[in-house]
Design a protein around this ligand. Sequence first.
Ligand code: G3P
Length: 215
Amino acid sequence: MQIFIDSADIEEIRDAAEMGVIDGVTTNPSLVAKTGRPFKEVLVDICEVVNGPISAEVVATDHEGIIREGRNLAAMHENIVVKVPLIAEGLKAVRTLSEEGIRTNVTLCFSVTQGLLAAKAGATYISPFIGRVDDIAGSGMELVQQLVTVYGNYGLDTKVLAASIRHPLHVVEASLLGADVATIPHKVIHQLLKHPLTDIGLERFLADAKKIPSR
Ligand code: G3P
């Protein structure tokens, strides 16, 4: 499973990239707004730090507007993937953009039927929002499983990108179900890394190292 970081914060992205654990980045307007910085400036910085797919979301909601924004974003850097909302106008734009060879990430997916249509339209990635499904007492993981199964049944190329991940168990379950990618917030990446026995063990090794005679 590939790991993307779900962030627009360049320091968080740099931290994860330096550990060598991320294959790409996803952003959305809410994440960019949190940085307080202009969208394109943020994207330029991310493209300098990570050499992998970087999802940048359009804000237009009509076919022509999405295509225009999508072409502009894709022209900024070869790694940009255009993030498009899962609405009818969005799917029309996905079809056009994919015919032009521009990669897309279809976002805000909450059902397998939506995911099936996104794949038919030519989406490169589909983003099921696991945490937000769980928030309304549904099962985000069941959605991931359905998408993996349906795409597998018909040999559809669209990659399942598990999004709205809130905790390490989401990552474990998504990987067991065969999600192609999990996009993970910076905090959760560090939670994946942390183990109390590692910390205790390291503390002991360092204490014992001081007892070793220097000659
Ligand atoms: O990848 C989508 C993500 O940013 C949404 O996460 O936690 O706002 O549902 P969340």
